[in-house]
Ligand binder design. Sequence first.
Ligand code: NAP
Length: 676
Amino acid sequence: MKPLKLMNYAEGQWFGASGGLSDVLSAIDGQVVAQTGSQGLNFKAMTDYARKVGGPALRAMTFHERARMVKSLAEAIMARKEELYELSSQTGATRVDGWIDIEGGAGTLFAYSSRGRRELPNDRILVDGPPEILSKAGGFVGQHVFTPLQGVAVHINAFNFPVWGMLEKLGPTLIAGVPAIVKPASATAYLTEACFRIMVEAGVLPDGALQLIVGQTGDLLDHLTCQDVVSFTGSAQTAAKLQGHPVIARESVRFIAERDSLNATVLGPDCTPEAPEFDLFIKEVVREMTVKAGQKCTAIRRAFVPATLLDAAEAALKARLAKVKVGDPRVQGVTMGALVSQAQRRDVREKVAELAREARIVFGDPDTVEVTGASADDGAFLSPILLRCDDPWKGQAVHDVEAFGPVSTLMPYTDLQDAVALCNRGQGSLVMSLFTYDPAVASQVVLGSGAFHGRLLIVDRDCAKESTGHGSPLPNLIHGGPGRAGGGEEMGGVRGILHYMQRTALQGSPRMLTGVSHRWIANAPEQTDPPHPFRLRFGELEIGKSLHTQARTITLEDIEHFAEFTGDTFYAHMDEEAAAANPFFPGRVAHGYLILSFAAGLFVDPAPGPVLANYGLDNLRFLKPVSPGDAIKVRLTAKSKSQRNEEYGEVRWDVLVTNQDGETVAAYDLLTMNAI
Ligand code: NAP
């Protein structure tokens, strides 16, 4: 294969370096696959272009428009995925490894797109939480909102997931409305560049939304400001270097770091070799050692088992590891590919040597491996290596040194407290897993270890079949961890989007903040003229459109009728003496659901019209009991709107039910789907 000359993408143009190219070698045979270089790029101009061209274009779009754009990117990648699989094997990845990277990456974009359209408004501003009443009369209120940062996100990625690593950051960034400059790790930049090219060629990105640097970043960081974010994945050493950059400190540039991690797994004390969890544990450790040849930030590096089970666990792990077939990932039957490069293999061998000073190798040889379909000398192949450390409290390297390859250390613990303390010696990690069938064991571990881990997977026989596994970060859960793991957090649904936005506390009158936030706040003006709000289509309905209903008196017959009709004969509605003995009630009271039903009876406009469906209630509270003889009435106000598709949108109504004394008896948000 002729080496690919990788191109940068800057200021809307593909740009080949003017010199200083570096060779990137195939993981399988050591041949030159590609050349990278960024010489000649104007990094300041790139940041300016992102801020002046990309940012405004993205911010002009709504969350939904940006989410749809992200979906189109994912579709474009899926349509051309085979081009990526072909390149992926040169990184040493098997088809399964490539699937995690390529389709896992596109899947992350799909997941973000759908969350963006479901959980965010079709708007440019995001309201955060309910309004805060700041004055007695309610004429001065507060409201937190998020707006997109007005700078650029610099994404610096590790080599191990060249596609997923880029996309898991881009999904949230683009939906937030922030342009990005992507800098992939050189060792696998050819795969990232190919995927990036597919996204550009999809033709859905506004100018300046994305730029790419294949090679060194030059003086890029010198041009960052308080509106920018650096999102870094890689080694602790590089993270420390970048985080210490004077501009990053001086300008308070947001810095999200995902670094090394000495992830642990624990076999619970309840899991003897006969328990299903024992076998699940063995399988998971081996899976984590071999997927991506162990080059996963989340891979299990430390496996803890009860001291009495150390020998049994070692024997079971060895038996399973013996089945691993190392070789050219394109060859049928190969279950583990190569490390990314000879340099990476040298690094892993050095780290194994450090570990072997306090642990002994019980499976594999770092210097020799039988390789199927390729040469062990030319390619970066390595045997899986299992170490065993009998005294983990004496060991230091086993808790400190990350061999970023197919390497794990098996260690004993005495009791659960000991296991927790040993796990926490990793000083902060991305993920920990626990194999147990006993919720009491799990509770103790969660309380003891939660603070040290970003994610905690508890595996038992009930969830094993469907479990996504120890090593899989998911778009709806946070990925990141404290301490050694970098202290950063990515993904986690909408949480990941907020890293690229600024939260601001607004203060002002209800009218003003309603106008700014596009969400009606109590005491803001209402529009009560006809027609009835249910007669207005989604597009015609304005925030603040209100209906104040007539009153309806609730009788004892109503309550009894409702009880008989629904079968809800709870004593508070049916037994005067028992109800009066309850501290909440003066005597028999109306059912909460009766109040809701009567409220609907008061506010609906029955004829067919633009209201298509009742979608549910949010934030429902019954605040005061309703006794027979009380008269209730309703205020229904259009609070916010969110278009779902070309046919209908969701309307959120603020509903307040009051009694004859003007006291609130119930308050809630009603959701309806309204025709466009
Ligand atoms: P690395 O050597 O730290 O490189 C990470 C990225 O930083 C690469 O894109 C690299 O580019 C870039 N870089 C290096 N020096 C730089 C500088 N002075 N200025 C700007 N960019 C610079 O890490 P790696 O070898 O790619 O990845 C392996 C490590 O990453 C492991 O330690 C692993 O634990 C960690 N990792 C962590 C996570 C996580 O989510 N926590 C995920 C994956 C990997 P070049 O390649 O061009 O040097």
